[in-house]
Design a protein around this ligand. Structure first.
Ligand SMILES: [Zn+2]
Length: 83
């Protein structure tokens, strides 16, 4: 299955057929730190507010999210200084 073929006709959470395909910048939060995934395609259910992420979207989130980052960013390790 190619990522582009992923489609949903009903919400897997509540069964509502009113799922909306959303494409845009997506803001995530990890341990109080926000990060943005640009141009993310996912589905949102207006009935139960569930968000459904296709495999391609999850892959994109993983590329950006600090939660999945295995490398240590040296800048992150530096002590914070007042702006
Ligand atoms: Zn729903």
């Amino acid at each position: 299955m190619s990522p582009e073929s992923f489609d949903l006709s009903a919400c897997p959470n509540c069964g509502s057929p009113d799922l909306r395909k959303i494409r845009g910048d997506w803001a995530g939060n990890y341990r109080g730190e926000t990060y943005t995934v640009k141009d993310l395609v996912y589905f949102a259910c207006p009935a139960c507010h569930e968000k459904i992420y296709p495999p391609a979207a999850i892959q994109k989130i993983r590329e950006v999210s600090p939660a999945y980052s295995k490398r240590t960013d040296p800048r992150r390790a530096a002590p914070k200084t007042a702006a």
